[in-house]
Design a protein around this ligand. Structure first.
Ligand code: OOB
Length: 560
């Protein structure tokens, strides 16, 4: 432990609360139930103590075991010196440690910052500094990658980090995660009652999610116990989650969709079983669905496509138990949507959501036309959605416009991002930058977006973040990161550059440079177009629309 670590500022310094009158209204109408997240799992455990809550590899935890570990870990975290409101960067694969650690944080009022397993030093260092995180939690290795070395680097780059917990083999000053998550010597009831006395306020921040981000670095989204419980409750109702649900958590569990829509948490709150799987690769996913009798799974469109292909090639009835397949994160083409139920045998549920809050879903009993051709409608009665034109005025249903939203689980601002908030939030309305049409039946269709990101199969890449790094290359004069169409992922990243006089540049050089700069590998460009000049708009900005059209013409032309 580093006793010289700097002391982080308190968490409330940097939050944007809901206005008091609305908060009172959300409470009065029951959207905010005033229970901290840890309590919901305890309630399920009281009802079904011996039921299997969690499956991870060959391991299984019953509800009684899960909540005992949650309480014991929560108490240990506080005992070693973490305080309620302290932030902890969590970068763990989909396994039981992720779930127990996250729940322990909720129980103790410690705030996990939900990093993705793909994040590297560029992203993690930024998060650690911005959140003033006091601890890091990583696996020792995943495949060939040494996450512990990554954590060492991040810890050395931030004055706030005092503890590093490692799942697996801990080295040096790092602490092993497994003993932290073990059951306690004391009995479960005594541990629980002590932790009941230390439960966080339901309006406190439960976790930080990461925004897909249009700016240089991902923004942190503070989700309170009250708002996140609302998110989980409303999505659980619409996905019809109950104690019979067996959920397959195969997208990275730190992402809002598999975490809480209704995801791993919704399933655990309802008394069901969450099955953790680190990759959606079809052979293991199908075997797991068959073995565990999975009833509900969530996927991005690119995964659905792989599952459809695998099913076509192999046949069989491994998916017989699967009732509902949720798909979201990026636009599901209507043709793929129409194949899900006939070929995979599961009801499709389209999900158009965001870490910032608003979740839209098709309903399980919607007509096929709605399920195949729309991304659903808000899950909560108190969600407000406007669709506006460029002038900010509401457009008519049926006309395209930008979506604005507010509601009981859509926070009013990013954490410590005043300047950005003044643009992303207008009078409390969050503008996601998605271009949608609201049909007369209330369902939304996502047509595109007016924000500078590349959506690579659900993984969001901020163009600006990539450009900022590429500008450090001495060869580069101007750079633009743009989306190019891709039949599987929807989009991939193409880099368009003009060079300094007499210079040349290869794609591999850019990729290596970005890896060395510590960027997550999903952000690496997959095509490089060197142009004499980048086209400019009338006001002199790089004309990204022209570049997108150009690269689309080239790649679709060359693939036919
Ligand atoms: C989900 O969350 P994020 O925060 O990674 O990304 C949000 C953005 C949306 O603004 C939109 O641009 C895009 O992802 N998106 C979709 C979509 N679902 C998300 N675009 C088209 N069709 C869809 N179905 O991606 C997310 C969070 C919770 C649940 C589901 C997805």
């Amino acid at each position: 432990m580093d006793t010289n670590a700097a002391i982080p500022r308190p968490i409330h310094d940097g939050l944007v609360p809901w206005p008091d009158d609305l908060a009172a209204e959300y409470r009065r109408r029951g959207y905010w139930a005033d229970r901290p997240l840890g309590e919901y799992v305890l309630t399920a455990a009281d009802r079904w103590p011996d039921k299997v809550a969690l499956v991870s590899g060959e391991g299984r935890l019953t509800y009684a075991e899960l909540v005992f570990r949650m309480d014991a870990a929560a108490e240990r975290l506080l005992d070693i010196g973490l305080r309620p409101g302290d932030r902890v960067i969590v970068q763990l694969p989909n396994d039981w440690q992720f779930v127990v650690f996250t729940l322990a944080c909720f129980r103790a009022g410690i705030v996990p910052v939900m990093a993705l397993p793909a994040h590297r030093s560029h992203e993690l260092t930024h998060m650690a500094l911005h959140a003033e995180a006091v601890a890091l939690v990583v696996p020792d290795r995943v495949k060939d990658y040494d996450h512990q070395a990554l954590a060492e680097h991040v810890a050395a780059s931030s004055p706030f980090v005092r503890w590093t917990f490692v799942s697996g083999e801990a080295r040096g000053d790092a602490l092993p995660l497994e003993p932290l998550l073990a059951v306690a010597d004391d009995d479960a009831a005594a541990t629980r009652s002590r932790m009941d006395g230390r439960a966080p306020h339901p309006d406190a921040v439960a976790c930080f999610l990461l925004s897909g981000g249009t700016t240089g670095m991902p923004k942190l989204i503070a989700r309170t116990h009250n708002d996140y419980a609302c998110n989980i409750r409303e999505t659980s109702a619409i996905s019809e989650v109950d104690e019979r649900t067996v959920y397959l958590g195969t997208l990275p569990a730190s992402h809002n969709f598999p975490l809480a829509c209704p995801g791993v948490l919704g399933t655990l709150f309802a008394g069901g079983t969450s099955v953790m799987l680190p990759s959606p690769e079809p052979v293991r996913a199908f075997t797991t669905i068959e073995r565990e009798r999975v009833t509900l799974a969530a996927a991005v469109p690119a995964v659905v496509q792989r599952w459809l292909e695998y099913r076509r090639d192999r046949g069989g009835d491994q998916l017989a138990s699967l009732r509902v397949l949720q798909v979201g994160g990026s636009r599901l083409p209507d043709e793929l949507a129409a194949r899900v139920q006939p070929e995979l045998g599961a009801r499709l549920q389209q999900v158009f959501g965001m870490a910032e809050g608003l979740i839209n879903m098709t309903r399980l009993d919607d007509p096929d036309e709605v399920i195949h051709a729309t991304q659903g409608r808000p899950v909560c009665d108190a969600d407000e959605v406007r669709v506006v034109g460029a002038d900010g005025a509401d457009v008519n249903d049926g006309d395209p416009g930008l979506i604005l939203t507010r509601g009981p689980y859509t926070p009013r601002g990013y954490f410590r991002a005043e300047e950005h908030n003044s643009r992303a939030f207008v009078d409390g309305w969050y503008g996601s930058g998605d271009v949608v049409v609201r049909r007369p039946d209330g369902n939304l269709v996502v047509l595109g977006r007016d924000k500078d990101i590349i959506n690579r199969g659900g993984e969001k890449i901020s163009a600006e973040e990539v450009e900022n790094v590429v500008y450090r290359l001495p060869e580069v004069d101007l750079v633009a990161a743009v989306a190019m169409p891709d039949p599987i992922l929807g989009e991939r990243l193409c880099l368009c550059v003009s060079l300094m006089p007499g210079r040349t540049l290869e794609l591999e050089r850019v990729r290596t440079f970005m890896v060395e700069a510590g960027l997550a590998s999903f952000k690496l460009p997959e095509r490089l177009d060197v142009l004499d000049d980048l086209p400019l708009t009338k006001v002199g900005k790089i004309d990204k629309r022209a570049l997108r059209e150009r690269v689309a013409a080239v790649v679709t032309g060359s693939s036919t």
